[in-house]
Write a protein that binds this ligand. Sequence first.
Ligand SMILES: [Ca+2]
Ligand SMILES: [Ca+2]
Length: 332
Amino acid sequence: MSLRRLLICFAGFGMTSLVLGSFAVAQKNAARTDVGSCAAYSGLPAEEGDTAGMVFIHGGTFVMGSVDGFWIDRHEVTNAQFREFVAATGYVTLAERGLDPATHPGMPKELLAPGSVVFIPPTNVGSGGRITQWWQYVPGANWRQPTGAGSSIAGKDNHPVVHIAYEDALAYARWRGRELPTEAQWEFAARGGRDGEDDWSSAFDAEGKPIANTWQGIFPVYNTNEDGYAGTAPVGCFKPNGYGLYDMIGNVWEWTSDWYRPGHPRENATNPSGPELQDLALSGGQSPSRVIKGGSFLCASNYCSRYRPAARQPQEIDLGAAHLGFRTVLHR
Ligand SMILES: [Ca+2]
Ligand SMILES: [Ca+2]
């Protein structure tokens, strides 16, 4: 069930995976790498030209099929980069505009108003914990005000931009003459040349120390912050993968251009791009979802655990969130 539908119907979500006894709370110090340089980063790549801030990924074949070579952003799109786009174009994001009741019949009025979905740590989660206790639709939340009216991104130029709907991400990409990655491109890039390895090794080292911005502790009530960041981290604070890409795993989830449908086709494909929109099984009034990848600062081992290259999750195209951003690709 989608996040929005959960918000609408306030469905209960039992935390059956909350197994306290099997979770050893980590006490070790943060395993951040190169924090000094990431903290000082402006959020804007130093290079000029149409491949500024990008890495070229040579094509190859892996479990999803084969992909041709492509360029991809070295890091998640930052607030500073998104601000450049908005300054140049006057673009207003969907979270700032709100939804059109004509295209969203039946949607409660409060979910049509400008705003977005914000993670709010619950203060009282018992055995009947509900997901709507920690995901709340907050009027006024958007990329400039990540936790709602009165908040700001001051001092966060080098953090990933969040509260970005799919159309916002695509508008940014097109403005730069780029595209959003297919799921296959994204996953191939996230594997960093290690096809076949799809365990937690992108998020934790052999000793169990975090090497990506995820959630250590018991989600959603206790975050040890072993990795040093309770929310988003500046991009590039953790070691890059084998292709020199930062934060493919963790920090914020990232949009891909594939429509979401459970599972993958069995046949190997060349440059697979996902199912067609008309092939999705949508119920009336439901917004279609695209695939998001990589997990976020909210992914914990007792919940989500989607910090693996192959893990995937649906996200409605017209709903951003505090843990969702994107990066772009270029074909040339
Ligand atoms: Ca963290
Ligand atoms: Ca990420």
